[in-house]
Write a protein that binds this ligand. Sequence first.
Ligand code: 13P
Length: 214
Amino acid sequence: MNEHNLRSHIIKTCLAMNASGLNQGTAGNISVRFGDGLLITPSAMPYGEMQPEDIVYMAMDGCAKGLHNPSSEWRFHRDILAARPEINAVVHTHAMHATMLALLEKPIPAVHYMVAVAGGKDIRCCPYATFGTQALSEHVLEALEGRFACLMAHHGMIACGADLGKALWLATEVETLAQQYWGALQIGTPIILPDAEVDRVLEKMKSYKYGRES
Ligand code: 13P
């Protein structure tokens, strides 16, 4: 995809994440690997007003080039893309149910087999740090070890993927799991699947690929 199309694709993904209820207002942000750096949403700009030229280019050293300030969360976007070559897109949202669990600093355990779509036996919740800080980025990277998604205490969630479509798909799966877990917590104590079964599911998930393989 050329740069202009990629910029438009980022905006389309932002609009989709708000339209589906995965995010609200100007919360959240999105980045995609591009060249030697990344393309990232500008800070605090309503997605409905965003034009392709508003997306900011950032080199891996954090130097931004664009009409606006990059997202305040550029550190974790840059750090995820730098540390994880298999990831090319990062979606951060304040999705309602994922965030409600994160307010309790609660990870999502293997109460549903689909927890394995994020790559492991649970979806971790990283500790709180002030938004936009290097400390938050470090917590996020640790919670993402061996995973493609995590919750962020008192903040929201992150989902990553080989491309934007996969990252948005995973964000939707994580929010669905969070809603199911949250609902189950209202009426009882959700039961965690046995470890051996989660191992089996993780193995099967290796051939469960979203969309067309590129
Ligand atoms: P930005 O508008 O700076 O991307 O910040 C939104 C947000 O969600 C911070 O965590």
